[in-house]
Design a protein around this ligand. Structure first.
Ligand code: ASP
Ligand code: MG
Length: 405
């Protein structure tokens, strides 16, 4: 059966009006596909509100009850959407994660989906019904409701699409698609027609918050195309899919910026084995995520270690680093606030030398000082002063000709 899975995010179903609009769209699409499965998120800020309520009645809610509570937002949108579709005269049924056969691990709040038993969905599709499924939730071995992590409805949709062998998974949201960079930072930003899974993962974890990263990983594993598009328009959006790296026309596909970083340097660290391990172990114990890490070469028996953390972790990270550094015996610890990380991402850079040189040269020509550099196969990142981040994004966008196709 030719099946399509569509996912509608929180803003797309944010009000009764929006739900009615989405229902109309679904009824129109119904005719195009033999089978239509629709995954929904909670309306607007419902999940946040439920989380806040939990906090008001208990300091330490039981994980089981917590998931039972916060999964309800999706139940509400699924029933409402099914009612709206029904009132347009279409055959439809809404199913909870449990009814749809979505099985998860036996943990709460961030359970992974382990398996989908599609028997019920298959039957409803064969009966000619549109099937609406709640995103974000599943059921564990004990028939208890679990949730799969904030923003997880994207992943629910992809997992269902893979299990149903769907042609494509459409992700309807409030933006037109994935852009070369954030259009709010750069007026030249252009919507991409397509992007590879690898690039999308880099951009997603770099702060382009369009898709839940796990959904992209899951689509990649299953070679399933995701189509990110606006629920307010009819235009095509961006297809996240497998792209032949040799065929890419451009070296760089997109630019990401994260501008709430702090740079911490440990100065004159003894150049002995195990020192870096000792420092970063302490940071890991406090659950502090380290981003870029650079260690200088040894001179006179010492070196410097510099790394960046998210601004939210600043105070904790500084405290832990100072404590660890005191034990080792170093010259000092320095913190620099207001750091941004600007990254260029593209599978095309694998086959083209000189991309890093262009990146550094053009920043230099514009008087922007680079503080740290890190690279991966398809990404080059630089830490710079936060005030210069938007200018840097604009310059790089031009340098790598991202405004044109
Ligand atoms: N409603 C859930 C959340 O707010 C899941 C989702 O929207 O994808 O995190
Ligand atoms: Mg989302």
């Amino acid at each position: 059966m030719d099946i399509i899975v569509q996912k509608y995010g929180g803003t797309s179903v944010g009000s009764a009006e929006r739900i009615k609009a989405v229902a109309k769209r679904i009824v129109k699409d119904r005719k195009k596909f033999a089978g239509l499965v629709v995954v929904v998120s909670a309306m607007g800020k419902t999940t946040d509100e439920l989380i806040s309520l939990a906090g008001q009645v208990s300091e330490n809610p039981s994980p089981r009850e917590y998931d039972a509570l916060i999964s309800n937002g999706e139940n509400i949108s699924a029933s409402l959407l099914a009612m709206a579709i029904h009132s347009l005269g279409e055959n439809v049924i809404s199913l909870t994660g449990a009814q749809a056969g979505i099985k998860t691990e036996n943990i709460y709040s961030k359970a992974k989906i382990t398996n989908v038993d599609t028997t019920r969905i298959d039957k409803e599709l064969r009966d000619g019904k549109i099937v609406v499924v709640t995103g974000f939730q599943g059921i564990n071995d004990y028939y208890d409701v679990t949730t799969i992590g904030r923003g997880g409805s994207d992943t629910s949709a992809v997992v269902l699409a893979a299990a149903l062998n769907a042609r494509e998974c459409e992700i309807y949201t409030d933006v037109d698609g994935v852009y070369t960079t954030d259009p709010r930072d750069c007026s030249e930003a252009r919507k991409l027609d397509e992007i590879s899974y690898e690039e999308m993962l880099e951009l997603a974890s770099l702060g382009a918050k369009v898709l839940h990263p796990r959904s992209v990983e899951c689509a990649k594993e299953n070679k399933l195309t995701m189509h990110v598009r606006s629920s307010f328009k009819n235009d095509d959006g961006t297809r996240v899919k497998e792209i032949n790296k040799m065929e890419t026309k451009k070296a760089v596909t997109g630019i990401a910026k994260s501008d709430n970083e702090v740079m911490i340097s440990i100065l004159n660290v003894p150049d002995d084995p195990g020192i870096a391990g000792a420092v970063f172990e302490e940071l890991a114990k406090e659950n502090i995520n380290i981003d870029m890490i650079v260690q200088s070469t040894e001179r006179g028996g010492v070196n410097n270690i510099t790394f960046t953390v998210n601004g939210e972790d600043r105070d904790k990270a500084e405290e832990v680093t100072r404590k660890a550094a005191d034990k080792i015996g170093v010259e000092g610890v320095e913190c620099k606030d207001s750091i941004a990380k600007v990254s260029i991402v593209g599978v095309g850079m694998i086959s083209r030398p000189g991309i890093a040189a262009r990146f550094f040269r053009v920043l230099g020509q514009n008087g922007i000082n680079i503080k740290l550099i890190t690279t991966s196969e398809i990404k080059i990142s630089c830490a710079i002063n936060k005030e210069e981040a938007d200018i840097a994004v604009g310059i790089l966008h031009k340098e790598f000709e991202l405004e044109t196709n």
